[in-house]
Unconditional design. Structure first.
Length: 159
């Protein structure tokens, strides 16, 4: 008998021993430089995504900066931070489908360059609709979609 698959909300709640600060080793130093990096807990990424008020935005890079400061690390791991944002987005969509209120506004968290994340629930069409309803202008460049003037609308996530 196969094990029951975890829900997105269960995945979000499972911190798997994170956050964890580690030394940047030789295999990572070409990309990340020297110092330390933090692998955040999924719930931490979700908590920062929840802080973004209506009409404002954040990027994965902004979330990573806050996480690095919070843990006294040089950087936050880009791979796990992105994965945990994706889990937070799916957990929020799952909660919305269950008619829960005050879910994470994941559409306000963009990729580093202000690009919409097509892997978020609902895809580009839903993200564009949500962002336009909050006063943002979404522009297509080739196959990618960006929020125009993203840098001027970044929320201060603070610590």
């Amino acid at each position: 008998m196969a094990a029951k698959k975890k829900t997105w909300r269960e995945k979000l709640a499972d911190n798997k021993g994170f956050p964890k600060v580690m030394k940047i080793d030789a295999t990572k130093s070409k990309r990340w430089g020297t110092g330390t990096f933090v692998i955040p807990a999924p719930a931490e990424v979700d908590e920062l995504m929840r802080r973004v008020p209506k009409g404002h935005l954040t990027t994965i890079d902004e979330i990573r900066k806050v996480l690095a400061r919070r843990h006294g690390a040089t950087i936050a791991c880009p791979m796990t931070t992105g994965i945990f944002a994706w889990i937070a987005a799916h957990a929020a969509a799952e909660a919305q489908a269950a008619k829960e209120k005050n879910t994470t506004p994941f559409w306000r968290t963009l990729k580093s360059s202000g690009e919409l994340n097509p892997k978020y629930p609902g895809g580009i069409a839903m993200l564009t609709l949500k962002l336009k309803n909050e006063g943002h202008c979404v522009k297509q460049k080739g196959k990618r979609f960006f929020v125009e003037g993203c840098a001027q609308r970044l929320a201060t996530l603070g610590e």
